[in-house]
Design a protein around this ligand. Sequence first.
Ligand SMILES: Cc1cc2nc3c(=O)[nH]c(=O)nc-3n(C[C@H](O)[C@H](O)[C@H](O)COP(=O)(O)OP(=O)(O)OC[C@H]3O[C@@H](n4cnc5c(N)ncnc54)[C@H](O)[C@@H]3O)c2cc1C
Length: 445
Amino acid sequence: MAASLHHPSIHDYRQSVPSWWAASAGSPVSAPRLEGEARVDVAIIGGGVTGLNAGLAIRDAGLSALVLDAAPIGWGASGRNGGFCCLGSSKLSWPAIIARFGLAEAQGFFRLQVAAIAHVRQRLTDFAIDADAGPDGEAIIAHHPRAVADLAAEAELYARAFDTKCQLLPQSEMKPRGLFTAEARGALLVPHGFPLHPLKYVQGLARAAAAAGVALHGESPVVSWTREGRRHRLTTPTGSVLADRVAVATAGFTREDLHPGLAGRLLPVLSNIIVTRPLSAGERAEQHFDTLTMCADTRHLLHYFRLLPDGRMMFGARGGISAAPAAEDAMKARLERDLGRMFPAFAGAKTQYFWRGLTDLTFDLLPHFGTLDDDSAHFLLGFHGNGVAMGSLGGTLLGRRVAGLAVDLPVAMSRPLRRFPLPFLRQTYIRAAYAGFNLRDAVGR
Ligand SMILES: Cc1cc2nc3c(=O)[nH]c(=O)nc-3n(C[C@H](O)[C@H](O)[C@H](O)COP(=O)(O)OP(=O)(O)OC[C@H]3O[C@@H](n4cnc5c(N)ncnc54)[C@H](O)[C@@H]3O)c2cc1C
């Protein structure tokens, strides 16, 4: 099996990410290449929010921790996402989760998602990270008349099952609330979550982890993972580390050959973002879209968008099959077309930044904690495009688990991580799924 389902350029760790976040985050965190031999209690593979939170938890437990990232720290999805710190991490609907695991388990999983958002807030406070955090809440905007009833059903479920009061906005309220898009038919205002600058957040975490004694090594891809007795040896091109235990936090950038126990178990998919020049107050007023609230629409292949503090529009979309550079122009044009259709007053605003990244799907559409080998290696994988909050609290739980502490996990996140049937067909599955989603999105079903 190839080391990646995608074009190698998406794993080119020397390529910097051409994002607005990289242009505005300030100086990167220092994380020298691993040179020579190191010895540590726990080695963490992956220097994003999951790995860094794990590192902090491992230090709190009194063990030594070392993070290896193939690229500079934060280069993965953590430093290039939309900055939605929000509910999520699974791609299953709540009714499906309740049907599969029962109401009490679903409630536990929901509470964990809410706690994950609070955990990020706490990290920002505890480590004095200024990540341009925005207002509380998320607006889910009905893109089709049929989606309005779905939002009403969701509001009812949130109130009944999860003690969460959402507000339903009729279409007539969208303009006065500055939440208008040309296709908006109404919205659901969810009280949980807030937007942030993802790279400032992950860099702040990295500085905090370094201050707590976590050894950070960027540009250090793990190219071989072997056992030496009960220990693990992780080898990079310039060094190696001998660790008693290992935590895997590589999310959508996990390569097929990292560990046989992970091969064929993740489906990495693309998510794509454009950022415009700052929009004037006049343009925002003309569009009746003038809020820092983070927004997503009701499509299966959803758009996620928000105004940034300096008036730029960040507009993202899941989708696209090919990560090859040759496919980039078409994806950028698609985003610009969708932005222009939904926000006619912003159609002329030039795109100044465009980038893409990988996020990770699992076969059962749930995030997974799991173990490898003799339980001395642990992982948390499968965020389904929503890992800012869950990767942060989940990373902390991952760190505690690998440190040997007892951790209570929802059953929904603790089932064995199944291999995809005929894993070499994963790109075909996603092609078929996207074709179905596009049809359903067109008719609001
Ligand atoms: C474009 C985009 C937009 C998104 N928007 C949102 C959003 O708004 N809200 C949200 O909640 N989620 C969003 N997500 C998803 C979210 O960013 C991820 O779920 C989350 O960042 C995962 O964090 P992580 O630390 O587990 O993994 P990552 O941040 O992806 O880090 C994994 C790291 O592992 C490293 N790595 C891989 N293989 C190796 C190896 N062999 N050796 C060493 N290192 C290795 C990689 O270099 C990478 O830096 C988005 C994702 C993308 C791509």
